[in-house]
Each structure stands twice: as C-alpha cells, then as structure tokens.
Design a binder for this molecule. Structure first.
Ligand SMILES: Nc1ncnc2c1ncn2[C@@H]1O[C@H](COP(=O)(O)OP(=O)(O)OP(=O)(O)O)[C@@H](O)[C@H]1O
Length: 276
C-alpha cells in the first residue's frame, strides 16, 4: 500500500518542526529517513501515522486521507514503532505482541488460534520466541525493541513506520532486523542514523531543519557535498571487495559547533520527494 504526504507541516512553540514535506512512498518500497539530530525525522513519522491532529497538509494511506479514517482502520493499514515504546510493566513478552492483534479483534471475532499463530510467527521473526513467557520489565533495551517490532508485525499492517529500530541492538540483531525489514512485503519508512545501513534502502529522504532537502537513490543522495552541508562531516567512499558494495568512512570537520544561520538555511531548501 502506498503512503503519501502533501505539504505536511507542524508548528510547535512558533517553530516549524516539519515544514512543507511532500513525499510519495510506493507499495513495497523501503524508504529511509536520515538527518541530523532534531531535523524532524521522528515528528515526520508521527505525522505520517496520523498521530498529531495539529498537523497541516494531507497524508494518504492507499489513496485515502488518514484524517478521514477511523483509528481502527488506520491501525489495520499502518503500524508504527516509536523510539521509546513503553507498555504495561505487568505484561509478558507474548502479551505485548498479542496487543498487535487488537485492531482485528471484536466481540464477534475474539482472539483465536489464527491470532495465536500470527503472534508466534512475529515472535519467531525477531528471535524472541524463547523469551515469550518473560515479564516485559525484566527485558533488556534491545529485547524490548525487538518485541515492539514483533508487536507491529503481529498487527499485520500494509505500511510499517520504524523510528531508529536498531539503536539498542547489537550488530547481529541490527543486521538481522534490517534484512527482515527489507524482505517484508510491506511499505516501510524507517528513520536511521547509521548512513551505511541507510544505503540498503530503496530510496532515502534527507531531513534538515524540518524540511526534506534531498530525496532519491542512496548513492545519488549521499554525496560528499550533502554530507558536508547537512551532516557536517567529511566522507571517503570505499568499496567492499567482498560484494562491491559502497561504504562511507566519516571524518570530523569540526566539533559540536552551532551551524551559522545562513549555512543552515542554504542546507535546508525543500525538495519534493516523488516516486522515481
Ligand atoms: N512538542 C514540541 N514542542 C517543541 N519542540 C518540539 C516538539 N517536538 C519536537 N520538537 C523539536 O522539534 C525538533 C525535531 O524533533 P524530532 O524528534 O522530530 O527530531 P529527530 O530528527 O527525530 O531527532 P533525533 O535524531 O535526535 O531523534 C527538535 O528540535 C525537537 O526539540
């Protein structure tokens, strides 16, 4: 299912947190959102999920405005995993994942064997089946993160929004999660800080100052000029002889300097992000 945004904006305390974002993500595409701290990635994801009614602009899920869809219908189409997902302390790992089935249940369709099988599969997909009986409060940060992803998978959405889903994971689970996400037959929008991991997405959108300032295939977007102007780092491009994949090695240009306003403005010109 495709997801699109037209002139999506949010102001808070007199600031443009998200500023005129135009975006189209095709069905089945993995779209990476990258950008410096505070550039608006998490806020944009929340707006795409229809979670902030103060937003201006239009978000469409499968061609229908999210603002016109009931919450339950949104949850059947779209699942989101936020950075700091919390849940009831008293729940077991399995019960957390079972929550993902909520949009599909009703008095006439209570939780049944088909739902239990979906929950099993979701736990298996993130390598958490062996911990299903553990209490949420006893799990590590990475285990909780994998469980939240399992909850989103159990929701059986058509669109998955992930906010830095690898930030608590060890390298094995980072790579496993990225592979899982790329192989899912879903439309995925994923915010990532690791630009080498982001290179595995079909397309990238670069956020700066609340605007989407570049969008396209990773190789075309992550140029040395953009890395200098938006991320304020130098970069050397290397090629892995194992599979000829391009990697970036970064160097400091400066240490924790504020960006001069003129340079920030120049780096933050919006670009509409249409399908190729
Ligand atoms: N409710 C709010 N009121 C005021 N400012 C806000 C609000 N929510 C977010 N912001 C600010 O908006 C900016 C964008 O925040 P957001 O969390 O979307 O950035 P981000 O790109 O996800 O950052 P990070 O990479 O650090 O996670 C930040 O400067 C943040 O402080």
């Amino acid at each position: 299912m495709k997801i699109s945004a037209t002139d999506l904006s949010l102001q808070a305390q007199g600031r443009n947190i998200v500023d005129g974002v135009d975006l189209q993500v095709a069905a089945g595409e993995t779209f990476g959102l990258v950008g410096p701290n505070g550039s608006g990635k998490s806020t944009l994801l929340r707006l795409l999920a229809g979670l902030d009614r103060r937003a201006r602009g239009i978000v469409e899920l499968g061609g229908e405005p999210v603002s016109k869809l009931p919450r339950r219908e949104i949850a059947r189409r779209l699942a989101m995993v936020e950075q700091q997902a919390e849940t009831g302390e008293a729940l077991t790992a399995r019960q957390v994942v079972e929550l993902g089935r909520t949009p599909w249940l009703s008095a006439l369709a209570p939780f049944g064997p088909a739902d239990a099988a979906i929950v099993d599969n979701a736990l298996q997909a993130v390598g958490m089946k062996g911990m299903a009986a553990r209490n949420w409060s006893t799990l590590s940060g990475g285990e909780r993160q994998r469980l939240q992803i399992a909850r989103a998978l159990a929701q059986r959405p058509r669109i998955l929004l992930l906010d830095e889903p690898t930030n608590h994971l060890d390298i094995h689970h980072q790579l496993a999660l990225l592979r899982l996400v790329q192989d899912l037959p879903l439309t995925v929008v994923i915010a990532l800080h690791d630009l080498n991991q982001a290179m595995g997405c079909d397309r990238l959108g670069v956020m700066a100052g609340g605007r989407m300032v570049a969008c396209g295939p990773p190789d075309a977007v992550l140029t040395s000029d953009l890395l200098r102007n938006v991320f304020r780092v130098g970069a050397t491009s290397l090629t892995d002889p194992r599979d000829d994949v391009r990697l970036l090695r970064f160097h400091n240009l400066e240490t924790f300097n504020e960006i001069p306003a003129a340079a920030a403005d120049a780096a933050c010109k919006s670009r509409p992000c249409r399908n190729p």
